[in-house]
Each structure stands twice: as structure tokens, then as C-alpha cells.
Design a protein around this ligand. Structure first.
Ligand SMILES: *Cc1c(COP(=O)(O)O)cnc(C)c1O
Length: 376
């Protein structure tokens, strides 16, 4: 008889990453995984290569230099930062540490898929709250689903795949409405892309804590997006001292590899590369929305490095994926996120965005969505 995993594990649908190759195309436009269009910082690459002479050495298990660099750039307390093998690892460790069988983990309906996966893996129950009609997290709906068994609430801000975010006032209303002893995890994977004084990545809320009741806050961040280091698997969290102490007990002693520590330190200090990446993203995100919107398709507003293109129905979205693939463009289908009529398109390099805009415009023409008169 085969060994039996814990209840719930076999109900998990494995996370499937975005497609990276396309038969018949040597260089497809890879717009399925929200990777940095400009690649990694040249300094991060140098730091990574330098580790080649030191591969016999264990990494610094405390990630001291990297945490100090993060703390100096973001003006945070070094002692309350924990690094992980991608923020995915930290999300999983937070759930495993604070929720188990009988507990609930709350997230919003079109939130990041790793939250329900991590919850189910830990034996907890994932509870989804509906979002507003414009695909934003709904604080009232989230609070309505909080009960005595709710241990963690996850909110990606901005969210993947919707590209929407809540302002500080709404985050604070959510935090204050949660019972004492719950943990609000603000996943700020795309924080660098937001340009709005009403926005917070959540670090100030971590510092403020739950002095007047409500939830304590943990912020998670990643090097996979604006820093262009997705290959190395590197993320970090900033939290209250008690939470940091817990995560440091349960994480692997050398959970972040040495090349990731070195490249991450160089990347976070390279503010020029961050600024260039942001500038590229904003320009091409606007351009793509104009082009594809002008071609007759609906492109939703986004504060991150991707956009959603929404179609009339799931069948049309499916046809658009196929059309894009035939034209060398890889996008992401959104059925698993409860958005089967949408495709997510990452903001890629110049040539990738031109290819994608051409493919979508061609699709719109073929399907008569461009408003042009047709003669038989
Ligand atoms: C991409 C992404 C992450 C980053 O995950 P890593 O494991 O750090 O690569 C985290 N949260 C959200 C919402 C994301 O889209």
C-alpha cells in the first residue's frame, strides 16, 4: 500500500508556472511570468559570477550582509528582516507556523494562488472572499468572512493577476477590523511599481503593530520582479519581532543560496537599475494599453508589471491564447484565478511588446472586435 499524505494534500492542484518555450519559435515573446524585461542589474550579475570561486563554502545562514543592504535601502530594522528562497518559501513558512488543521487562511477571490496552496499544504482551510466588480480586494467582504478560526489573512498589494491595489486607509481598516492574534500578510511583490502617495508597501504598518488591537502585520517582498532575479529564488519579509523569531526557528539554516545572497545585495543597492526598470515598465505598459485598447480589446488598468486583457467570454480568451501562440507570443491563461475570460500579459522588452500588440490587434481584426466596417 502506498504511503498516505495528510488530508487535503491530494486536493492541491500543483502550481503550474508560465510557459517558457514555444515549438517553432527560437525566440518567443515570453510574457507569461512577470519577469523583468531588462534582466538583472549588471552589478548583480557580477556578484553572482564572483561566487563561482567559492562554491565549496556554506552561505551565511543569517543573510547578514543582504539584510543590512535591504535595511539601509528601505530604512528598516535589520533584525526584523528574514530572507527566504523566494517569497513563496516565506508564505509557506508563515502558514505552516501559524495555521494547521481546523484553522482558516483568508484571501481574496482573485488573489495569488500560492496562498490557498500553502494553506491546504499545512492542513488549514483556505477561505476566499469575493472582490469588487472592478477586481479589487473588498475589505468588508474579507472582514465578513473572519471567524474564530481565522489565523492569517493574505493580501497581495498590488495583486497578481488583477493589478489592482488598496490604499493605506483601506489596509488600515482591514487590519483594525481583524481580531487580536491574527496575522495580516501584505504581499508587496510589486510595491516598486506603484506611484501613488496613498499607497503603502505595509512596512509602516508592521512598525505600528497592533497597539490599539487588530492584527499584527507582516510584509513580504521579492527579488523576482523589479530586481530581475527570479532564477535565484530570493525574497524577504519584515515583521514583528515575535514573528521573525518564529520564522527563524522553522526555516532551513541555509535556506538562501550563496549566489542569491550576493546577487541580491548588489541588486537592492543598484537603484539606477530599479529606476530604469520602472521607467521601462511604465512606458510600455501605457503604450500596450493604448495600442491594444485602440484595436478594440479591453485592457484593464494595472499598477504592476503586467496587464489583464479581458474578452467577451472564456472561449474567446482561449482563442486569443492560441492566436498569440501562433504568432510567437506566450501569455498566461487566468482560469485558475477565477478569471477565465482574461489573459495576463507581462510587460516585456520593446520587441516583445510590439509582437504582443500586433498579435492582439490581429486577433481583434479577425474577430471583428476592432469596429472596422467589413465588406463581403
Ligand atoms: C511573483 C510574485 C511573488 C514572488 O514570488 P517569489 O517566490 O519571490 O518568486 C510573490 N507574490 C506575488 C503576488 C507574486 O506575483
Amino acid at each position: 500500500m502506498a504511503p498516505t499524505p495528510r488530508p487535503g494534500i491530494l486536493d492541491i492542484e500543483p502550481y503550474v508556472g508560465g510557459e517558457a518555450s514555444l515549438p517553432g519559435f527560437d525566440r518567443p515573446a515570453r510574457l507569461a511570468s512577470n519577469e523583468n524585461a531588462l534582466g538583472a542589474s549588471a552589478r548583480a550579475r557580477q556578484a553572482y559570477l564572483a561566487i563561482a570561486d567559492d562554491l565549496q563554502r556554506y552561505p551565511d545562514g543569517g543573510a547578514g550582509a543582504l539584510r543590512a543592504a535591504i535595511a539601509s535601502v528601505h530604512r528598516l530594522d535589520t533584525g526584523r528582516i528574514v530572507c527566504g528562497a523566494g517569497s513563496d518559501e516565506l508564505i509557506a513558512l508563515l502558514v505552516r507556523s501559524y495555521a494547521g488543521p481546523g484553522d482558516e487562511v483568508l484571501y481574496s477571490r482573485h488573489g495569488f494562488l500560492m496562498y490557498p496552496i500553502a494553506a491546504t499544504t499545512a492542513g488549514a482551510t483556505a477561505v476566499a472572499a469575493p472582490e469588487t466588480a472592478d477586481l479589487k480586494a473588498d475589505v468588508d467582504a474579507l472582514l465578513a468572512r473572519v471567524g474564530g478560526r481565522t489565523k492569517l489573512v493574505f493580501l497581495a498589494n498590488p495583486n497578481n493577476p488583477t493589478g489592482t491595489y488598496l490604499p493605506r486607509t483601506e489596509l488600515e481598516r482591514l487590519r483594525a477590523g481583524l481580531p487580536d492574534g491574527t496575522l495580516l500578510v501584505i504581499d508587496a511583490a510589486y510595491a516598486e511599481y506603484v506611484d501613488d502617495a496613498a499607497y503603502t508597501d505595509g512596512a509602516d504598518m508592521v512598525d505600528a503593530g497592533a497597539a490599539d488591537g487588530g492584527a499584527e502585520v507582516v510584509m513580504t517582498r521579492t527579488f523576482s520582479k523589479i530586481h530581475g532575479l527570479a532564477a535565484l529564488r530570493l525574497g524577504w519579509l519584515y515583521g514583528p519581532r515575535e514573528v521573525v523569531d518564529v520564522i527563524n526557528r522553522v526555516r532551513g539554516p541555509f535556506n538562501v543560496a550563496k549566489p542569491a545572497l550576493a546577487a541580491g545585495e548588489a541588486a537592492v543597492l543598484d537603484r539606477e537599475h530599479v529606476a530604469r526598470s520602472l521607467d521601462h515598465n511604465n512606458r510600455w505598459r501605457d503604450w500596450f494599453r493604448q495600442q491594444v485598447g485602440g484595436a478594440g480589446l479591453e485592457v484593464l488598468p494595472s499598477a504592476a508589471n503586467f496587464v489583464l486583457v479581458r474578452f467577451a467570454d472564456p472561449a474567446q480568451a482561449e482563442a486569443a491564447v492560441t492566436h498569440c501562440r501562433q504568432h510567437g507570443v506566450l501569455t498566461r491563461q487566468m482560469a485558475k484565478y477565477g478569471l477565465p475570460d482574461c489573459l495576463r500579459v507581462s510587460i516585456g522588452a520593446d520587441w516583445e511588446m510590439r509582437m504582443a500588440a500586433d498579435a492582439f490587434a490581429g486577433f481583434a481584426r479577425q474577430h471583428g472586435l476592432d469596429g472596422a466596417e467589413r465588406t463581403a
